[in-house]
Ligand binder design. Structure first.
Ligand SMILES: Cc1cc2nc3c(=O)[nH]c(=O)nc-3n(C[C@H](O)[C@H](O)[C@H](O)COP(=O)(O)OP(=O)(O)OC[C@H]3O[C@@H](n4cnc5c(N)ncnc54)[C@H](O)[C@@H]3O)c2cc1C
Length: 361
């Protein structure tokens, strides 16, 4: 991307042009809307909300028109500071549950928690030339009271599978180069050192067991009589019980570092495992494993990763594109109510038609 200098106005005052307008490549020249047009969906407003909505509709193959009073990004979106912050402003993952209820609260937390990843995926998918930098986001704590609260917020995010931690004052000082903060909440960049990563899917956890055990289990609290198998993440069962609305019993079963091992033990009647349910569709379909309760908890994700040091080959690119297209098609189909599993289909794409009723200034 080529940068132009942001010229000062005559008289030496600061520029009043948004930095993005001054520095980014010019957008398309959009003609005013002069004729009647037909579409299945009309999206009004070409800020981030409208353009993202129109794009997703178009990617789902829906005939969409985006109507903007000025030019795309003219209002708040054009004036934003450009920080990609996957966090609530006035809520936390727990307070949102109090406000909206468990189901909708967790849904919103998944959306917020995945929002930064979605932005960077979008930039990558459409090869948007915008100097995107994905290296984490900090919310600094200016008081010891806030620092204490942030330690708890970090736990709330982490227990849901997000890369969030509290950075103590000394590390914050080093990161920011200033003394005054008592620490900071750090939302990680979602990737691993030396590794490129694309977020594919959330991996919700749900209990699985052998058919005999499933016969005994009528309600979540019946699990207190079973041997509960767990991963090294001790918080997973308590989170699942919170979603299921039952008190969490003492978890005494063995600890597994592989979901496959845990599911195998569950299938052999050792106990009830808590596993990423999507991985075991075949075992569930064959009846070897049973899923006694529908409740699931989002506590992990699937990623596509490769080493930064490795040159991306055409084969790797083709595989990545196929995987992302396939996933999009699957997600579209399941959101449209189709039963799963479905044959994999290529995502249909239609371009978004844009119209403006004001000329570019
Ligand atoms: C100074 C500033 C800094 C910010 N910094 C950040 C940041 O760093 N990170 C961050 O995440 N958020 C930031 N925000 C918040 C963020 O910019 C907004 O939340 C976001 O851009 C809102 O997007 P939107 O699409 O809802 O609204 P807008 O971007 O305001 O889009 C609405 C669009 O609708 C059009 N419109 C309205 N009425 C009609 C109509 N009747 N017909 C046709 N079109 C119409 C408008 O012209 C406008 O283009 C910042 C906001 C401001 C103001």
């Amino acid at each position: 991307m080529e940068h132009q200098s942001i010229s000062r106005r005559r008289g030496g005052g600061p520029s009043t042009r948004p930095v993005w307008v001054a520095t980014a490549a010019p957008g398309p020249e959009l003609a005013p809307l002069a004729a009647e047009i037909e579409a299945d969906v009309l999206v009004i407003g070409g800020g981030i909300a409208g353009t993202a909505t129109a794009l997703h509709l178009a990617e789902a193959g829906i005939d969409t028109v985006l109507l903007e009073a000025g030019q795309p990004g003219d209002q708040a979106t054009g004036w934003s500071g450009g920080l990609v912050a996957p966090d609530y402003i006035r809520h936390t993952p727990e307070t949102i549950v109090t406000a909206l209820g468990r189901h909708h609260g967790e849904m919103l937390t998944r959306m917020i928690g995945g929002s930064a990843r979605a932005v960077f995926d979008l930039v990558e998918r459409h090869a948007i030339d915008c100097d995107a930098r994905q290296d984490g986001f900090y919310t600094p704590a200016h008081s010891e009271g806030l620092a204490q609260s942030q330690r708890g917020y970090a736990d709330q995010w982490r227990s849901r599978g997000y890369d969030v931690r509290f950075v103590e004052a000394r590390e914050a000082r080093h990161a920011f180069g200033v003394e005054r903060y008592c620490g900071a909440l750090r939302f990680g960049d979602g990737s691993w050192h030396g590794t490129e990563a694309i977020h594919l899917l959330l991996a919700p956890l749900s209990p699985v067991c052998c058919p005999d055990a499933a016969e005994r289990l009528r309600k979540p609290s019946d699990l207190a009589q079973e041997f509960l198998l767990r991963s090294y993440r001790a918080e997973e069962w308590p989170l699942w019980f919170a979603v299921a609305g039952a008190p969490c019993p003492k978890i005494q079963g063995p600890i597994f570092d592989s979901s496959v091992g845990m599911a195998e033990a569950a299938a052999r009647g050792v106990g009830v495992g808590l596993v990423p349910i999507a991985m075991f569709a075949n075992e569930l379909a064959s009846g070897r494993l049973k899923r006694p309760f529908a409740a699931e908890v989002p506590a992990g994700s699937y990623w596509l990763t490769w080493l930064k040091s490795r040159e991306v080959t055409p084969g790797m690119r083709a595989f990545r594109d196929w995987l992302l297209d396939t996933l999009r098609a699957e997600v579209n189909e399941s959101e449209n109510g189709a039963s799963s599993p479905r044959p994999m289909a290529k995502a249909r794409r239609k371009p978004v038609k844009s119209a403006s009723n004001k000329r570019r200034r």
